[in-house]
Design a binder for this molecule. Structure first.
Ligand code: PLP
Length: 238
């Protein structure tokens, strides 16, 4: 199951470079490109780390906890871990130990747990956690997570304290995904909607949108954080 990735395996690096070249050539500006490495071994992270990449996305706490420490890093330049799956109340308290960014906040209850854990972590290490509220704009009932827009708007208008921040936890923006059928017309509409929501409620905020099948559309609609897996890593090993 574990591919021994080494520097002869240049395909992920070539794919990453191609994406950066596309971004630069077309004058898009992004703040982050997260390479999603779920199901892949630490050898792949090592390859990308040695190349200079730092932002990695994982959707399972345990998998990331076991994998990240296997990558040999320069202590002054650590991995920046992105938790990209739905944030669960059960694992929220462990998140600050290994992640820096949380993209999938879709429940106020789980966010409260994350806030408590982040504050504790901050008091010990000064580490800050950045989170994004995930909106389910397709209204599909899938396990992909995210809250409906009305739940978010009700909170921000009536109970803004639900959108917790503290010394160790900062709300940085929004995340969403296109429809599961991959319809690119609807995907674009969803991305436009998320940008409008961001402009209204957190104008300086991040827009985490764009995956392997729709990252070019996401760039056109103003994405600031791409989360790209298989287009860089090859197929996942489920
Ligand atoms: C797996 C995953 C990605 C990456 O998906 P690809 O289609 O392989 O690029 C991005 N975001 C989330 C939330 C994911 O679960």
């Amino acid at each position: 199951m574990n591919h021994p990735y080494d520097l002869k395996n240049i395909e992920p690096i070539k794919a990453l470079e191609d994406i950066y070249n596309y971004i630069n050539k077309n004058n898009f500006k992004i703040n982050k490109l997260v390479v999603v490495t779920k199901t892949h071994s630490h050898h792949l992270l090592q390859l990308l780390y040695d190349y200079g990449h730092r932002d990695f996305g994982e959707n399972r706490y345990q998998e990331a906890r076991d994998k990240f420490p296997l990558v040999k890093i320069k202590p002054e330049s650590p991995i920046i871990g992105h938790h990209i799956g739905p944030l669960q109340s059960g694992s929220a308290r462990n998140i600050p130990d290994i992640f820096d960014w949380v993209h999938g906040v879709g429940s106020w209850h789980a966010l409260k747990k994350l806030a408590n854990a982040s504050l504790k972590k901050y008091q010990l290490t000064q580490k800050k956690i950045y989170y994004l509220i995930q909106l389910n704009l397709t209204r599909e009932t899938t396990k992909l997570g995210g809250m409906y827009l009305e739940e978010f708007e009700e909170a921000i208008n009536k109970n803004p304290e639900l959108i917790v921040e503290n010394e160790g936890l900062v709300w940085k923006g929004f995340m969403t995904m296109g429809p599961s059928n991959g319809d690119l017309y609807i995907t674009r509409k969803i991305f436009q909607q998320l940008r409008n929501i961001r402009d209204k409620y957190l104008p300086e905020g991040e827009l985490s949108m764009g995956m392997s099948g729709d990252w070019k559309i996401a760039l056109e609609e103003g994405s600031t954080i791409l989360r790209i897996g298989s287009a860089i890593t090859g197929n996942r090993k489920y």
